[in-house]
Design a protein around this ligand. Structure first.
Ligand code: HEC
Ligand code: HEC
Length: 119
């Protein structure tokens, strides 16, 4: 059931807006994350990597913009900024949903391939 929800949320997001972060859709029996403050700790590694690829593309960066590649769980200043953005986005999408809007925002909505959004 949860797997189905995750797939539905990924596909829904892909169709609606390029991609969807899978913040609140953990997959049972997954490998588990070592240092997750936003994603549920039991998030499937494949699912988070898919999200990470999408958000890297949205910002026009490679993984090492935020990560030490030898230890992806290690924190960095940029990772903390990204977490703040995830919190902001999650809150905005919750508000949109509560107000009856169908679409949600993603990193790409604002960043559109830029590290710092250009308006
Ligand atoms: C803009 C910053 C940013 C970029 C770029 C990025 N990540 Fe992340 N990544 C994060 C943040 C923030 C977290 C922690 C999420 C949390 O706290 O729940 C994370 C967590 C992870 C984790 C989980 C680590 C653990 O066990 O706790 C993996 C694996 C990962 N990223 C892989 C990647 C890969 C692979 C790429 C490139 C394709 C990438 N990331 C690009 C910000 C980034
Ligand atoms: C509502 C618009 C919006 C959304 C959605 C958004 N961002 Fe941002 N982001 C910004 C703005 C604006 C800044 C510049 C903030 C500043 O430094 O003044 C920024 C800055 C950042 C930075 C710091 C860049 C740097 O070099 O200092 C990171 C990292 C980042 N965003 C990651 C993300 C990620 C990852 C997502 C998706 C989870 C995301 N953002 C979603 C608007 C947004």
């Amino acid at each position: 059931m949860r797997n189905k929800l995750l797939i539905a949320s990924i596909l829904g997001g892909l169709i609606a807006s390029g991609y969807a972060l899978t913040f609140s859709a953990p997959v049972a029996n997954a490998g588990g994350l070592k240092n997750a403050k936003i994603y549920p700790k039991n998030t499937n590694k494949k699912a988070i990597k898919k999200d990470m690829k999408a958000l890297s593309k949205a910002l026009g960066v490679k993984c090492d913009y935020c990560h030490t590649m030898k230890a992806l769980d290690k924190d960095s200043e940029m990772k903390e900024k990204a977490r703040d953005m995830m919190r902001m986005m999650k809150a905005a999408n919750k508000t949109l949903k509560a107000q009856g809007f169908e679409k949600s925002i993603t990193c790409k909505t604002c960043h559109n391939g830029q590290k710092i959004p250009k308006y």
